[in-house]
Ligand binder design. Structure first.
Ligand code: PEP
Ligand code: MN
Length: 264
Protein backbone atom coordinates (compact mmCIF):
# COMPACT_ATOMS: atom_id res chain seq x y z
CA UNK A 1 0.00 0.00 0.00
CA UNK A 2 1.21 3.49 -0.91
CA UNK A 3 0.77 4.94 2.59
CA UNK A 4 2.66 2.14 4.32
CA UNK A 5 6.18 2.12 5.75
CA UNK A 6 6.92 -0.99 3.72
CA UNK A 7 6.24 0.91 0.53
CA UNK A 8 8.30 3.94 1.60
CA UNK A 9 10.71 3.89 4.54
CA UNK A 10 11.54 7.61 4.88
CA UNK A 11 9.03 10.06 6.35
CA UNK A 12 7.09 12.02 3.75
CA UNK A 13 7.84 15.73 3.91
CA UNK A 14 5.25 17.93 2.24
CA UNK A 15 6.60 21.19 0.87
CA UNK A 16 4.40 24.24 0.54
CA UNK A 17 6.59 27.08 -0.67
CA UNK A 18 9.29 27.36 1.97
CA UNK A 19 7.26 25.40 4.53
CA UNK A 20 7.82 21.72 5.30
CA UNK A 21 5.19 19.53 6.96
CA UNK A 22 6.58 16.28 8.29
CA UNK A 23 10.11 17.60 8.71
CA UNK A 24 11.81 18.65 11.92
CA UNK A 25 9.65 21.67 12.60
CA UNK A 26 6.22 21.43 14.25
CA UNK A 27 3.84 23.37 12.01
CA UNK A 28 0.88 25.17 13.55
CA UNK A 29 -2.25 25.97 11.55
CA UNK A 30 -4.60 28.36 13.35
CA UNK A 31 -7.63 30.52 12.74
CA UNK A 32 -11.37 30.65 13.20
CA UNK A 33 -13.70 27.72 12.68
CA UNK A 34 -15.51 29.74 10.01
CA UNK A 35 -14.61 32.83 8.02
CA UNK A 36 -17.22 35.34 9.22
CA UNK A 37 -16.21 38.72 7.79
CA UNK A 38 -13.15 40.63 6.58
CA UNK A 39 -12.20 42.19 9.89
CA UNK A 40 -12.48 38.89 11.76
CA UNK A 41 -10.28 36.91 9.37
CA UNK A 42 -7.63 39.61 8.83
CA UNK A 43 -7.32 40.39 12.54
CA UNK A 44 -7.05 36.70 13.38
CA UNK A 45 -4.53 36.06 10.60
CA UNK A 46 -2.30 38.85 11.90
CA UNK A 47 -2.58 37.65 15.51
CA UNK A 48 -1.80 33.98 14.78
CA UNK A 49 1.08 34.97 12.52
CA UNK A 50 2.56 37.16 15.27
CA UNK A 51 2.31 34.20 17.66
CA UNK A 52 4.16 31.91 15.24
CA UNK A 53 1.52 30.03 13.22
CA UNK A 54 2.50 29.34 9.60
CA UNK A 55 -0.86 28.44 8.11
CA UNK A 56 -4.26 30.13 8.44
CA UNK A 57 -7.33 27.93 8.83
CA UNK A 58 -10.90 29.06 8.21
CA UNK A 59 -13.98 27.37 6.81
CA UNK A 60 -15.85 28.89 3.88
CA UNK A 61 -18.01 25.77 3.46
CA UNK A 62 -19.07 24.46 6.87
CA UNK A 63 -20.38 20.95 7.61
CA UNK A 64 -22.87 21.95 10.30
CA UNK A 65 -24.86 19.42 12.30
CA UNK A 66 -28.02 21.48 11.80
CA UNK A 67 -29.09 22.79 8.39
CA UNK A 68 -30.40 25.88 10.18
CA UNK A 69 -26.92 26.82 11.47
CA UNK A 70 -24.57 29.17 9.56
CA UNK A 71 -23.30 27.26 6.52
CA UNK A 72 -20.31 29.45 5.66
CA UNK A 73 -19.70 32.39 3.32
CA UNK A 74 -18.87 30.17 0.35
CA UNK A 75 -16.75 31.75 -2.38
CA UNK A 76 -16.81 35.12 -0.60
CA UNK A 77 -15.12 33.36 2.34
CA UNK A 78 -12.44 31.95 0.02
CA UNK A 79 -11.76 35.46 -1.29
CA UNK A 80 -11.33 36.77 2.24
CA UNK A 81 -8.86 33.97 2.99
CA UNK A 82 -6.88 34.94 -0.10
CA UNK A 83 -6.87 38.54 1.09
CA UNK A 84 -5.54 37.43 4.48
CA UNK A 85 -2.82 35.42 2.76
CA UNK A 86 -1.83 38.45 0.72
CA UNK A 87 -1.61 40.61 3.84
CA UNK A 88 0.27 38.16 6.07
CA UNK A 89 2.05 35.64 3.85
CA UNK A 90 0.36 32.80 5.76
CA UNK A 91 -0.63 29.76 3.72
CA UNK A 92 -4.32 28.79 3.63
CA UNK A 93 -6.08 25.57 4.63
CA UNK A 94 -9.83 25.35 4.04
CA UNK A 95 -12.40 22.60 3.75
CA UNK A 96 -13.80 21.18 0.54
CA UNK A 97 -17.23 19.64 1.24
CA UNK A 98 -18.58 18.98 -2.19
CA UNK A 99 -17.29 18.12 -5.66
CA UNK A 100 -19.07 21.11 -7.14
CA UNK A 101 -16.64 23.46 -5.38
CA UNK A 102 -13.40 21.62 -6.11
CA UNK A 103 -12.21 24.11 -8.72
CA UNK A 104 -12.63 27.23 -6.62
CA UNK A 105 -11.36 25.64 -3.39
CA UNK A 106 -8.27 24.42 -5.27
CA UNK A 107 -7.77 27.88 -6.74
CA UNK A 108 -7.81 29.72 -3.39
CA UNK A 109 -6.19 27.22 -1.01
CA UNK A 110 -2.67 25.94 -0.31
CA UNK A 111 -4.00 22.84 1.47
CA UNK A 112 -7.42 21.28 0.89
CA UNK A 113 -9.11 19.97 4.01
CA UNK A 114 -11.33 16.90 3.86
CA UNK A 115 -13.47 16.98 6.98
CA UNK A 116 -14.17 14.14 9.39
CA UNK A 117 -17.68 13.71 7.96
CA UNK A 118 -16.29 13.23 4.47
CA UNK A 119 -13.38 10.91 5.32
CA UNK A 120 -15.09 8.09 3.48
CA UNK A 121 -16.62 10.16 0.69
CA UNK A 122 -14.73 8.13 -1.85
CA UNK A 123 -15.80 10.21 -4.86
CA UNK A 124 -14.41 13.32 -3.17
CA UNK A 125 -11.21 11.50 -2.15
CA UNK A 126 -10.59 10.32 -5.72
CA UNK A 127 -11.22 13.81 -7.05
CA UNK A 128 -8.65 15.48 -4.76
CA UNK A 129 -6.34 12.59 -5.61
CA UNK A 130 -6.24 13.92 -9.15
CA UNK A 131 -5.00 17.34 -8.00
CA UNK A 132 -1.41 18.28 -7.23
CA UNK A 133 -2.23 19.95 -3.94
CA UNK A 134 -1.60 18.87 -0.34
CA UNK A 135 -4.67 17.36 1.31
CA UNK A 136 -5.41 17.51 5.04
CA UNK A 137 -7.40 14.34 5.70
CA UNK A 138 -9.28 14.39 9.00
CA UNK A 139 -10.09 11.14 10.75
CA UNK A 140 -13.77 10.28 10.75
CA UNK A 141 -15.29 10.39 14.21
CA UNK A 142 -15.88 6.63 14.18
CA UNK A 143 -13.08 5.58 11.85
CA UNK A 144 -10.32 3.16 12.78
CA UNK A 145 -6.68 3.84 11.95
CA UNK A 146 -6.93 1.29 9.15
CA UNK A 147 -9.95 3.06 7.68
CA UNK A 148 -8.14 6.40 7.87
CA UNK A 149 -5.17 4.94 6.02
CA UNK A 150 -7.43 3.37 3.38
CA UNK A 151 -9.03 6.79 2.87
CA UNK A 152 -5.51 8.20 2.33
CA UNK A 153 -4.96 5.35 -0.12
CA UNK A 154 -7.95 6.56 -2.19
CA UNK A 155 -6.21 9.92 -2.63
CA UNK A 156 -2.72 8.52 -3.21
CA UNK A 157 -3.78 5.84 -5.68
CA UNK A 158 -5.00 8.62 -8.00
CA UNK A 159 -1.51 10.12 -8.05
CA UNK A 160 -1.54 12.69 -5.25
CA UNK A 161 0.85 11.53 -2.52
CA UNK A 162 0.72 14.79 -0.54
CA UNK A 163 -1.56 13.63 2.27
CA UNK A 164 -1.42 14.98 5.83
CA UNK A 165 -3.39 12.93 8.34
CA UNK A 166 -5.26 14.63 11.19
CA UNK A 167 -6.59 13.23 14.47
CA UNK A 168 -9.53 15.33 15.68
CA UNK A 169 -11.05 13.14 18.37
CA UNK A 170 -13.27 10.09 18.12
CA UNK A 171 -16.69 9.20 19.51
CA UNK A 172 -16.61 7.23 22.75
CA UNK A 173 -18.88 6.86 25.80
CA UNK A 174 -17.02 9.73 27.48
CA UNK A 175 -18.94 12.98 27.51
CA UNK A 176 -16.69 15.20 29.61
CA UNK A 177 -15.11 16.26 26.32
CA UNK A 178 -16.74 16.79 22.90
CA UNK A 179 -14.75 13.85 21.49
CA UNK A 180 -11.96 11.67 22.86
CA UNK A 181 -8.50 12.64 21.64
CA UNK A 182 -6.80 9.42 20.55
CA UNK A 183 -3.20 10.54 20.90
CA UNK A 184 -1.81 7.03 20.65
CA UNK A 185 -2.59 7.28 16.95
CA UNK A 186 0.59 9.32 16.53
CA UNK A 187 3.12 6.59 17.44
CA UNK A 188 0.83 4.01 15.81
CA UNK A 189 0.89 5.92 12.50
CA UNK A 190 4.62 6.62 12.77
CA UNK A 191 5.21 2.90 12.94
CA UNK A 192 3.04 1.81 10.04
CA UNK A 193 3.00 4.84 7.73
CA UNK A 194 5.38 7.47 6.35
CA UNK A 195 2.69 10.16 6.16
CA UNK A 196 2.78 13.22 8.45
CA UNK A 197 0.13 13.45 11.16
CA UNK A 198 -1.16 16.53 12.95
CA UNK A 199 -3.51 16.96 15.92
CA UNK A 200 -6.67 19.07 16.22
CA UNK A 201 -7.09 19.58 19.99
CA UNK A 202 -9.96 22.05 19.43
CA UNK A 203 -12.50 19.67 17.89
CA UNK A 204 -11.12 16.81 19.99
CA UNK A 205 -11.88 18.47 23.32
CA UNK A 206 -14.55 21.05 22.48
CA UNK A 207 -13.28 23.20 25.35
CA UNK A 208 -10.81 26.08 24.98
CA UNK A 209 -9.19 25.47 28.38
CA UNK A 210 -8.22 21.91 27.35
CA UNK A 211 -6.58 22.99 24.11
CA UNK A 212 -3.22 24.05 25.57
CA UNK A 213 -2.56 20.93 27.67
CA UNK A 214 -3.55 18.64 24.78
CA UNK A 215 -1.35 20.65 22.40
CA UNK A 216 1.63 20.06 24.66
CA UNK A 217 0.78 16.35 24.92
CA UNK A 218 0.46 16.15 21.12
CA UNK A 219 3.93 17.61 20.67
CA UNK A 220 5.35 15.18 23.22
CA UNK A 221 3.67 12.29 21.36
CA UNK A 222 5.62 13.13 18.19
CA UNK A 223 2.94 14.89 16.12
CA UNK A 224 4.13 16.86 13.10
CA UNK A 225 1.83 19.78 13.73
CA UNK A 226 -1.41 21.16 15.10
CA UNK A 227 -4.58 22.79 13.85
CA UNK A 228 -6.14 25.11 16.41
CA UNK A 229 -9.24 27.30 16.44
CA UNK A 230 -8.65 30.96 17.36
CA UNK A 231 -11.23 33.76 17.35
CA UNK A 232 -11.03 37.50 18.22
CA UNK A 233 -14.08 37.13 20.45
CA UNK A 234 -15.10 33.49 21.03
CA UNK A 235 -18.36 34.50 22.72
CA UNK A 236 -19.53 36.01 19.41
CA UNK A 237 -18.25 33.20 17.17
CA UNK A 238 -20.86 31.83 14.76
CA UNK A 239 -19.44 28.33 15.26
CA UNK A 240 -17.28 26.49 17.79
CA UNK A 241 -16.85 29.47 20.12
CA UNK A 242 -16.53 27.32 23.28
CA UNK A 243 -13.40 25.61 21.91
CA UNK A 244 -11.83 28.73 20.35
CA UNK A 245 -8.86 30.49 21.92
CA UNK A 246 -8.55 34.24 22.33
CA UNK A 247 -5.41 35.80 20.85
CA UNK A 248 -3.56 36.09 24.18
CA UNK A 249 -4.28 32.48 25.11
CA UNK A 250 -3.09 31.30 21.71
CA UNK A 251 0.09 33.29 22.18
CA UNK A 252 0.68 31.63 25.58
CA UNK A 253 0.04 28.24 23.99
CA UNK A 254 2.67 28.91 21.33
CA UNK A 255 5.25 29.99 23.92
CA UNK A 256 4.70 26.95 26.12
CA UNK A 257 4.67 24.69 23.07
CA UNK A 258 8.14 25.82 22.07
CA UNK A 259 9.41 24.79 25.51
CA UNK A 260 7.92 21.31 25.07
CA UNK A 261 9.26 21.00 21.51
CA UNK A 262 12.73 21.97 22.68
CA UNK A 263 12.60 19.46 25.51
CA UNK A 264 11.93 16.41 23.35
C1 PEP B 1 -13.28 21.98 11.12
O1 PEP B 1 -12.05 21.78 11.05
O2 PEP B 1 -13.80 23.10 11.20
C2 PEP B 1 -14.17 20.80 11.17
C3 PEP B 1 -15.45 20.91 10.83
O3 PEP B 1 -13.56 19.69 11.61
P1 PEP B 1 -14.04 18.14 11.61
O4 PEP B 1 -14.27 17.81 10.16
O5 PEP B 1 -12.87 17.46 12.20
O6 PEP B 1 -15.26 18.07 12.46
MN1 MN C 1 -14.85 24.05 13.98
Amino acid sequence: KLASREFKQEDTVIKIGDLCIGGNEIIVMAGPCAVENEQQIIETAEAVKRAGAKILRGGAFKPRTSPYSFQGLGEDGLKLLAKAREKTGLKIVTELMDLQHIKIVNEYSDIIQIGARNMQNFTLLKAVGKLQKPVLLKRGMSATVKELLMAAEYIMSEGNHQVILCERGIRTFEDATRNTLDLSIVPVIKEISHLPIIIDPSHATGKWNLVKPMTKAAIASGADGLIIEVHPNPLDAVSDGPQSLKFNNFNDLMNESRLVANAI
